[in-house]
Design a protein around this ligand. Structure first.
Ligand SMILES: [Zn+2]
Length: 585
């Protein structure tokens, strides 16, 4: 293959000449070589017309020149890589990541070279990841990191709410402003405003952020309302916050929010969209567009099971799970994704109809937003969808909503880079930007599903074939479990008699994931977590009861046996220990 070919001898001669010229002015230039990509078609992400038979000149980490083959003079001794019948697009961007230690290789394999981590990671860890990736020590996409803030009211929403996350809680707008300054000083790129902050909080936060050059990203249900009230928000996350904003009555909005976040018999996020009021679309779109607010609807995570393409999406995702190279995927993550598809298979017809009506309303809004000049960003929100792959789905669902493939690609490239204030660094294949380039086997403008047919990914000029290695490990693991650790409160029975069995052991406690395993004296027992019945699969499903069966052979000897609950695999956790007493017969 051509790119493995040794650089011509001429390159060293050429570099020597360069060195003589620049050694005094520019240290380190010896490390930088020219690489030239010849591609069949270039879609540069800037919004310019695609270019056939294009040349991309890479120098070190950045793009030096781009243009038609006939217009560009190649630097002497360049290493040329031929991608004759292939299409080059910019490295994709995930504007709504929940980064975890196991995701780096997956992101790159799907052509995602930048991700905005708005998730619930310990700040010290996310900064260490960002730095490690920038230094080339950790395999992964370039990270932009967020600090997260909320009102303490959210602490009580429990399961499915914000409990156990790592945000900063504020009581009033003054404190909100102080915390933004503190976060900015700590090195975050983005301030993420969560659900329950008020419009006044958001106003003070955005002013403080502006002073420090940081951006406020609003997950808050008040985000869109704040924009309407003139607050400087950079982007709105998810589709439900926009959906709620279209509801004219404040009580109606509040009711829907409560219904969506309450503990039991919760209204599904999809259903919320069926209450969107079309009459208000224009006013909201105008406000968002005139204030240049970006929007990350995170479609794939919520809507891909409601797409007519669902079958293909599901087959592809579940097939990936069986790849030996992806053995490192956390069990809870596999379960969430399977649950998402299975759960949406058996919806009652009324709920299904309402969800689909909500989807159509949202698609109308998306088309109107883009037509009015609104800037969309693709975001994965990967709780039950594979990060990286989710960005392909986002792009495809945007096309399904009525965007052209060209517009959908912009939402994954230029738009998010500019929304983050990093348009000079990535998101386009133009001179000066990082050489983040995805080489596709087919032209996505003809068939958008070609976005998944990745031949090679360049990040900062470094080529990599897509693929997964089961021994992929992050050298700096996340210093906390991905999901809250299980806690045991009660064991029934507390004692048994030697030789008994099989015994049904009932454990009460909290935070039991579906994948939880009970261990007796270090030995795993057949275990089953009990969940409250729900109308819909939930990403943050946590049980309070587990039943486990102890076979008689584990009770041969009297003694005091430790019992724990384990969430196995990457990102897993271990509970506290409780003891089972085994009496003499
Ligand atoms: Zn999120």
């Amino acid at each position: 293959m051509s790119f493995e070919a040794r650089p011509l001898r001429a390159i060293s001669v050429f570099l020597a000449v360069v060195l003589v010229f620049f050694a005094i002015h520019e240290a380190g230039i010896a490390d930088e070589k020219f690489t030239v990509l010849r591609v069949g078609l270039l879609i540069d992400g800037s919004g310019r017309e695609p270019v056939e038979d294009a040349i991309i000149v890479i120098k070190g980490k950045r793009i030096q020149a781009v243009g038609k083959e006939s217009e560009i003079q190649l630097p002497q001794g360049s290493q040329v890589i031929h991608f004759r019948n292939k299409t080059a697009v910019p490295g994709l961007v995930d504007a709504h990541a929940h980064y975890r230690e196991w995701q780096g290789e997956i992101y790159l394999s799907h052509g995602v070279t930048s991700a905005f981590d708005v998730g619930d990671n310990p700040l010290s860890w996310r900064l260490a990841q960002k730095e490690g990736i920038d230094k080339g020590k950790i395999l992964g996409p370039r990270l932009l990191t967020a600090g997260r803030m909320n009102r303490p009211a959210a602490l009580d929403t429990g399961e499915g709410g914000t409990r156990g996350r790592t945000e900063i809680y504020v009581k009033d707008p003054v404190q909100a402003g102080v915390e933004v300054e503190r976060l900015a000083a700590s090195g975050v790129d983005i301030i993420k405003a969560l659900e329950d902050l008020t419009v006044d909080d958001l106003r003070v936060m955005s002013e403080a952020a502006l002073k420090t050059g940081k951006r406020v990203v609003a997950h808050s249900i008040n985000g869109t309302e704040a924009v309407l009230a003139g607050v400087g928000i950079h982007s709105i996350e998810h589709s439900h916050s926009v959906a709620l904003a279209t509801v004219t009555s404040p009580e109606g909005r509040k009711k829907l929010h409560e219904a969506r976040t309450r503990r039991s018999n919760r209204m599904t996020t999809q259903e919320v969209h069926s209450f969107m009021e079309e009459d208000t679309y224009e006013q909201i779109i105008q406000a968002l567009v005139s204030k240049n607010v970006c929007w990350t609807p995170t479609l794939a995570t919520t809507w891909r099971a409601f797409s007519p393409q669902r079958g293909r999406f599901q087959t592809r995702e579940l097939k990936l799970f069986s790849l030996p190279g992806l053995r490192y995927l956390p069990p809870y993550f596999r379960e969430n994704t399977q649950e998402y598809f299975l759960g949406t298979t058996h919806l009652d017809s009324e709920l299904l109809e309402r969800s689909q009506a909500g989807y159509r309303k949202l698609q109308d809004f998306i088309r109107g937003f883009v037509k009015a000049g609104g800037r969309l960003q693709t975001g994965s929100d990967p709780n039950s969808v594979l990060p990286g792959l989710a960005i392909h789905r986002e792009i495809e669902l945007l096309v399904e909503a009525g965007l052209t493939p060209f517009e959908a690609l912009m939402a994954a490239t230029r738009s998010p880079s500019e929304c983050a204030g990093r348009g000079d660094d990535f998101g386009m294949i133009t001179p000066g930007r990082f050489a983040d380039i995805v080489i596709l086997d087919a032209n996505p403008l003809q068939d958008i599903s070609a976005i998944e047919r990745i031949h090679m990914v360049f990040k900062e000029g470094q080529p990599r074939r897509p693929g997964y290695r089961s021994d992929y490990r992050n050298p700096i693991p996340r210093p906390a479990p991905d999901r809250p650790a299980p806690e045991i409160e009660e064991l029934t029975p507390e004692s048994v008699t030697q030789g008994d069995g099989p015994i049904l052991l009932a454990i009460k406690g909290k935070n039991f994931l579906g994948t939880a395993v009970v261990k007796l004296n270090g030995k795993p027992l057949p275990s089953k977590v009990k969940f409250r019945p729900s109308r819909f699969p939930q990403n943050f499903r946590r049980g309070t009861e587990i039943e486990a069966t102890i076979p008689p052979e584990l009770l041969h000897r009297a003694g005091t046996y430790p019992v724990v609950v384990e969430h196995p695999g990457t990102g897993g956790a271990l509970s506290n220990t409780i003891y089972l007493v085994v009496k003499f017969r």
